[in-house]
Design a protein around this ligand. Structure first.
Ligand code: UD1
Length: 420
């Protein structure tokens, strides 16, 4: 199993190019199930998660071609299976989102329930209720969802009881081929939802309102092929921005959409870094200024993203004072706290809040990655700490960060991957 070894205490200096968004890419891959024409995705990140999704789609008979460069072509000319087995779904929860497109295209599907994960129970009740509202008959059998819609799906008026990114996207993926109009109320507004809608609309779908809390979908009979470029990864960008702000130095991030991180930039500035925003790049600089404490409160977009909570906390462990980090989206997303504490951080968790009392310095230690974004906070802390940090279970990182050690290495970080 690979580890990442970091010699901390060196400021970062250089340029990092941001990849396509993992969270968008894996849903865009599922789009291919809605058409017998080719779907070509550009700016695709090369990650364990996009590979898992490719394997699941290939299992269903989709022709998956990687390259050239960061391109992936998916062709679901005909489907040989409408079953998504547990072994493939368990590797990545979002692969559950093939259920909707499979029912929409074929009228039947059998997809394994994804189960919980380290950051919480993560049920899929909203997904299933929305698909039922569209006319799918759903039964659960031995951990599988068995869905049928022999006469096709029909549009419906759906109000989500709370905001769910996955349920919003999943319902869109099913409703595009339903008969009649679907209205989604209290929909998620993340940039990845707009990306999905733009891709589907380019294939002939009729979706309006993506990015707002009411989305309208006029069902169409069929969808054509498409070439679509994946939106830049705002979470990867935010992770490197926070690493630069935590460690100090000057880093330019390129190929991103700074407007997708509107909640982050003022907080980084408040904490002591200079933030220069350009059309598709950002410069983060901190030379000598002390880190100041800043409270954060995670919310659905456009609020502060839960996927950047751990990385912000890593920065606050070194601030000159006390900060309060509140996690509102997932019930168990503080597993990085004991790991950061092993490096000398002073953190007290109480329910959904973590109180972080800044310390003068962190020290290197052996630590364990517990989930995808938490592992990024350990990288940041390791880069800022005195001495050597070894991070185990880096497969979590490989799920969502493309070439992290290469990108940081280009900015002067002393970071390497070690295979045992
Ligand atoms: C997506 C992102 C993830 C991010 C999260 C919130 C992907 C692949 N993952 O996850 O990185 O952290 O959005 O921005 O895009 N819930 C239910 N029932 C449901 C669905 C969700 O109770 O049917 C709960 C979840 O357990 C969670 C909350 O709703 O507590 C929000 O989850 P959701 O927005 O659905 O997150 P994901 O789509 O799973």
């Amino acid at each position: 199993m690979d580890s990442i070894v970091i010699e901390g205490g060196h400021p970062l200096s250089g340029e990092i190019q941001i990849s396509g968004a993992k969270n968008s890419a894996i849903k865009l891959q599922a789009v291919c199930l809605l058409t017998d024409k080719k779907v070509t995705l550009k700016n695709m990140p090369r990650l364990a998660d996009t590979r898992f999704m490719g394997q699941l789609l290939a299992h269903m008979g989709v022709d998956v071609e990687e390259g050239p460069g960061s391109q992936m072509t998916l062709h679901a000319k005909s489907l040989s299976s409408t079953t998504a087995p547990y072994d493939l779904v368990r590797k990545m929860r979002a692969s559950f989102n093939v259920l909707g497109p499979l029912i929409a295209r074929t009228g039947a599907a059998k997809v394994s329930l994804p189960g919980g994960c380290a950051i919480g129970a993560r049920p899929v009740d909203l997904h299933l209720k929305a698909l039922e509202a569209l006319g799918a008959q759903i039964t659960l059998d031995e951990g599988y969802v068995i869905a049928n819609a022999k006469d096709g799906l029909r549009g419906a008026d759906i109000t989500f009881p709370f905001i769910s990114v996955g349920a919003t996207e999943h319902t869109m993926l099913a409703a595009v081929l339903a008969k009649g109009k679907t209205v989604l109320n209290n929909a998620a507004r993340e940039p990845e939802i707009i990306d999905l809608a733009e891709c589907l609309n380019a294939m002939g779908a009729k979706i309006t309102g993506a990015g707002r809390s009411m989305i309208e979908i006029e069902g169409v009979k069929s969808l054509g092929g498409v070439t679509h470029s994946v939106v830049p990864d705002r979470i990867e960008a935010g992770t490197y921005a926070l690493a630069a702000a935590t460690v100090g130095g000057k880093v330019k991030l390129t190929n991103l959409r700074p407007d997708h991180l509107g909640s982050l930039w003022p907080l980084i500035a408040q904490a002591g870094s200079d933030v220069q925003l350009q059309a598709d790049s950002v410069i983060i600089q901190r030379n000598g200024t002390e880190l100041r404490p800043v409270d954060i409160d995670t919310q659905a977009y456009p609020g502060y993203p839960t996927d950047l909570q751990a990385q912000f906390m890593a920065m606050m462990t070194l601030a000159d004072g006390v900060s309060i980090i509140r996690e509102n989206i997932f019930e168990n997303r503080f597993m990085h706290c004991p790991e950061l504490s092993r490096m000398g951080a002073n953190i007290t968790v109480s329910g959904r809040e973590a109180i972080v009392r800044g310390v003068k310095s962190l020290h290197g230690a052996p630590v364990m990655a517990t989930d995808l974004r938490a592992s990024a906070s350990l990288i940041s802390a390791g880069l800022a700490a005195k001495g050597s940090t070894t991070i185990g279970r880096v497969y979590h990182l490989d799920r969502g960060f493309e070439h992290i050690e290469i990108k940081l290495g280009q900015c002067g970080a002393k970071i390497k991957r070690v295979s045992e």
